[in-house]
Design a protein around this ligand. Structure first.
Ligand SMILES: [Zn+2]
Length: 308
């Protein structure tokens, strides 16, 4: 997630009121990196989720080494490597980043030089240059302070397969949503996928237009992913405390489509993006979703920008 920077960009564009900026308090200082800050959950015998300090990390233990999907907040890369040692003796050989945001990529710089790092081509391009908004609680871009370290050297456009048999991993890109470089990572033999922040949690998703994301295309991208990656039972999400299912992801696509339609109707009726966000009431059929989305003005604005 990268809520604050997107909001800041929208504020800079002069599109939201002072009331919205006032609601953004500087974040409390982040906890110091430590093993206790991370928790491990076993999903399959050779697949784990490590939660805490940023996005959910998948740890896939293959015959030849460990593949890590997403590497957490700045300062947590070495702690993540230490935590992985509590579940396997094998070395980390490959990192996959689901997208460019700092809470999913910053630990890349702690990876040994032998580790292959893979991402969608757009995310690999954004990582060294993307700005974060310090002073609003976002850390510095670690790649600017560590030039040449941790940037994905292997990229893909639509689909990439690495490994084979029990170790096969398929990476897919289905179009803009959370960012313009969202990778879906399928552990084929295990029928599990990591959906990153396209499906971070149940609720209005972050639509990061600064980094290529889209509100209007979001639901369609989610549907392409859940329809296109067929042999999956379990989904690891960007930020949820537990796994979800393809049925949850289809419901999420419907939710996003309904939200976008609401915002577009509000625009047509002459309302502001803020009014659009504040008048959203989640239909009762969406169980486990927040009742409203008053805080999602920045994403309503993205939908406004994309709706002519
Ligand atoms: Zn994100």
């Amino acid at each position: 997630m990268k809520r604050i920077s997107v909001l800041a960009a929208v504020v800079l564009a002069g599109s939201v009121t002072i009331a919205v900026t006032a609601a953004q308090q500087p974040a409390a200082p982040p906890p110091a990196p430590s093993l206790d800050g991370l928790t491990v959950e076993k999903v399959k015998d050779n697949l784990f989720v490590i939660r805490g300090a940023g996005g959910n990390t998948a740890v896939f233990v293959t015959a030849s080494g460990v593949t890590v999907v997403d590497t957490k907040n700045p300062g947590w890369g070495q702690v993540l490597l230490d935590k992985i040692k509590t579940v396997t003796d094998k070395p980390v050989t490959r990192v996959i980043n689901t997208h460019t945001h700092y809470d999913h990529v910053s630990g890349n710089i702690a990876m040994p030089a032998t580790v292959e790092i893979i991402a969608h081509q757009y995310s690999a391009r954004r990582m060294p240059v993307m700005s974060t908004v310090t002073g609003r609680g976002e850390p510095e871009n670690v790649f600017k302070a560590n030039p040449g370290k941790g940037i994905p050297k292997r990229t893909f456009k639509d689909k990439l397969t690495v490994g084979s048999g029990a170790d096969q991993i398929n990476l897919y890109y289905f179009g803009p949503a959370h960012t313009g470089g969202d990778a879906f990572v399928e552990f084929a033999a295990l029928r599990v996928m990591h959906a990153g922040d396209v499906f971070a949690r149940k609720g209005v998703p972050l639509m990061d237009q600064d980094n290529g994301g889209s509100g209007v295309q979001f639901a369609s991208t989610v549907r392409k992913a859940v329809d296109g990656i067929k042999n999956v039972d379990t989904i690891i999400n960007g930020h949820t405390p537990a796994q979800t299912t393809p049925a949850d992801m289809r419901e999420f696509a419907d939710f996003v489509a309904d939200y976008v339609a609401h915002v577009q109707a509000a625009k047509k009726a002459g309302k502001t993006a803020e009014e659009a966000a504040k008048t959203w009431a989640t239909p009762a059929k969406y169980k486990g979703y927040p009742p409203g989305a008053a805080e999602s003005v920045a994403y309503a604005q993205v939908i406004f920008n994309e709706t002519k």
